[in-house]
Design a protein around this ligand. Structure first.
Ligand SMILES: [Zn+2]
Length: 70
């Protein structure tokens, strides 16, 4: 189980999200964005393929360096 903050995923707040896989983390993060930051959620939905890839790469890097907490 890893915990990342909204901020680490490109959001503006310190809301903590926990997940077992990067996919789950991404889904939880998107869910939080939709609920709490709909403007950012909309912006992310209109990202270009290149922006999307950049976001994904940096997300996975952050995921890798985040310690696993049982
Ligand atoms: Zn947030």
């Amino acid at each position: 189980m890893k915990t990342m903050t909204c901020e680490q995923m490109g959001g503006p707040c310190g809301y903590k999200i926990s997940a077992n896989t990067p996919k789950e983390m991404m889904e939880e993060g998107m869910e939080h964005l939709k609920e709490s930051h709909p403007d950012i959620s909309r912006k992310m939905e209109t990202m270009s393929a290149e922006e999307n890839k950049d976001w994904n790469d940096s997300f996975l890097r952050t995921w890798e360096i985040t310690p696993n907490i049982m």
